[in-house]
Design a protein around this ligand. Structure first.
Ligand code: NDP
Length: 493
């Protein structure tokens, strides 16, 4: 029996097999809690419960669905401190961050779509004066939501909210290392009175539970955020049923500093965007292209600022950076740094573990800065998802655009310049989903988020998110007194 339960068909339950998985604090390697380790049979129950709930849920008034979603958000706000602490304990984000960012962002995502959903409309089309032609947004049915660990609560609510308000029922699977706040959301959903089966939350490995959701014929759509390789695997599996997959995948995001950049702002923002949440942000920049004239000055100042980041006990409100989410993430980051050095890059900062009494048993990596010798090296091309960045010097403006676009990813990039016209022209040419001028990592519910190329192609947030959870149905109503067919037109001569 585990202390945290899954939510299936309105019941808080263990896995049918009784199996559990341990959640471990990455800051110190200590056990936090055990959670159910589900299997295919639990997924089947969850999908069937959602299928059963769907016909009634889709017919409820939007205002009623919205009110329940708002009650869930209010419950999360009531338990903000508990959620912030759990968020810190299961994935290692420092409490200073989880109290402000996640405890607000989680319910904030629900509140945002709740407001918008009541204004959702279809279209009318005036193709034929003798007809009334219209489109409707219809819910898709049961949607499978598969979410990562880097912002466990925020990514879950950014999918849960739009799915529910548009009339879908959901089966949600959080990341195995960080499921606690999502299981709490399940408890709150039951308390605030969601009908049985509308929200189902299952925990267990992606390779079994995740794949069972993707393959289940009762699931109409998958909405996935995670690694690009996993995204490709999910798309392959989903293609068996021609099942749509919304995908928010990896990135290798660029931060471009022109000679005329607003220098201090570019330093502050660069260090923040690179190292906030230990660099485990889909939008974090990990390749810095700095123009020749200011390259040395920018790099020196960046290193000075990065040295001031406090790394340590995640429950200390003064800590700015915690560990990575689990030891394998740290090991990957260390391997990537070693490979970069072997490839001829120069290590300018970090590369080691902090190794203080509070961090020695955790999955920590210090802020790390390298100088790269070539844009084709792994350090400039492969996502590391850690506080590791590489710098590269360029000469001409045009070169910066080519360097940014030489990537299999296309999530986001920023350019730093006091010449806004030049900045706009450069961002026009970035082949990615989001481009900032003199900003990086500003991601808010109002703005669409999502990439291109191997970063995926769908949109989270903004009004566009509703496209991911609705089918557009077109209805044509003939207004003729005597309905006719086209034969009459073809054959009239
Ligand atoms: P993963 O892809 O490893 O895991 C994401 C989710 O997928 C988890 O719930 C995981 O379960 C599940 N999963 C794993 N394998 C499968 C499978 N074969 N079938 C179905 N589900 C599966 O990503 P991480 O959790 O490591 O998150 C980091 C990644 O997410 C980075 O690449 C990052 O760039 C990306 N990301 C992208 C964002 C964007 O907006 N583009 C936003 C945030 C993150 P389990 O935990 O059990 O393995």
């Amino acid at each position: 029996m585990s202390e945290f339960k899954m939510l299936i068909n309105g019941q808080l339950v263990d896995a049918i097999s009784g199996k559990t998985m341990d959640v471990v604090n990455p800051a110190n390697g200590k056990f936090v809690a055990s959670v159910p380790c589900a299997g295919e049979e639990d997924v089947d129950l969850a999908v069937k419960a959602a299928q059963k709930a769907f016909p009634a849920w889709r017919k409820t008034y939007v205002a009623d669905r919205v009110n329940l979603v708002l009650k869930l958000a209010a419950k999360m706000r009531e338990h903000a401190e508990e959620l912030a602490v759990l968020e810190t304990l299961h994935y290692g984000g420092p409490i200073s961050k989880t109290r402000v960012f996640d405890a607000n962002g989680g319910p904030g995502n629900l509140e945002f779509v709740a407001g918008l959903a009541r204004g959702l409309t279809g279209h009318t089309i005036s193709a034929n004066p003798n007809a009334r032609i219209m489109t409707f947004c219809e819910p898709m049915g049961v949607v499978g939501l598969i979410t990562p660990w880097n912002f466990p609560m925020c990514t879950a609510t950014s999918k849960l909210g739009p799915a529910l308000v548009t009339g879908n029922c959901v089966v949600l699977k959080p990341a195995s290392c960080a499921p606690l706040t999502i299981l709490k959301i399940g408890e709150y959903a039951k308390e605030v009175g969601f009908p049985d089966g509308v929200i189902n939350i299952v925990t267990g490995p992606g390779s079994t539970v995740g794949e069972a959701i993707v393959k289940h014929p009762g699931v109409a759509k998958i909405n996935f955020t995670g690694d690009s390789a996993v995204g490709k695997r999910i798309m392959q599996l989903a293609s068996e049923h021609v099942k749509p997959v919304a995908s928010e995948l990896g990135g290798k995001n660029a931060f471009v500093v022109m000679n005329d950049a607003p220098f201090d702002g570019a330093i502050e923002a660069g260090v923040y965007a690179a190292f906030f949440n230990s660099g485990q942000n889909c939008g974090s920049p990990s390749r810095f292209y700095v123009q020749e004239e200011i390259y040395d000055k920018y790099l020196e100042k960046f290193i000075e600022k990065a040295k001031a980041i406090t790394v340590g006990d995640t429950m200390d409100p003064k800590t700015m950076m915690g560990p990575l989410a689990y030891p394998a993430c740290r090991d990957n980051a260390e391997k990537a740094v070693a490979k970069a050095i072997a490839d001829g890059c120069v290590l300018r900062l970090g590369g080691e573990r902090p190794n203080t009494p509070e961090t020695k048993d955790g999955a920590y990596v210090m802020p790390t800065v390298l100088e790269a010798t070539d844009n084709s090296l792994d350090i400039m091309q492969e996502e590391i998802f850690a506080p590791v960045v590489a710098f590269y010097k360029f000469k001409e403006d045009r070169e910066a655009i080519d360097l940014v676009n030489e990537s299999r990813y296309g999530l986001c990039a920023s350019v730093w310049t006091t010449d806004y016209r030049k900045g706009m022209k450069i961002t026009d040419e970035f082949d990615c989903g989001t481009s900032w001028i003199n900003q990086h990592l500003e991601i808010v519910p109002e703005t669409p988020w999502g990439g291109r190329k191997e970063s995926g192609w769908t949109k989270e947030n903004s009004m566009l998110v509703f496209n991911e959870y609705t089918w557009q149905k077109h209805v044509w109503m003939c207004m003729d007194d005597e309905p006719h067919t086209f034969w009459e037109n073809f054959l009239k001569d």
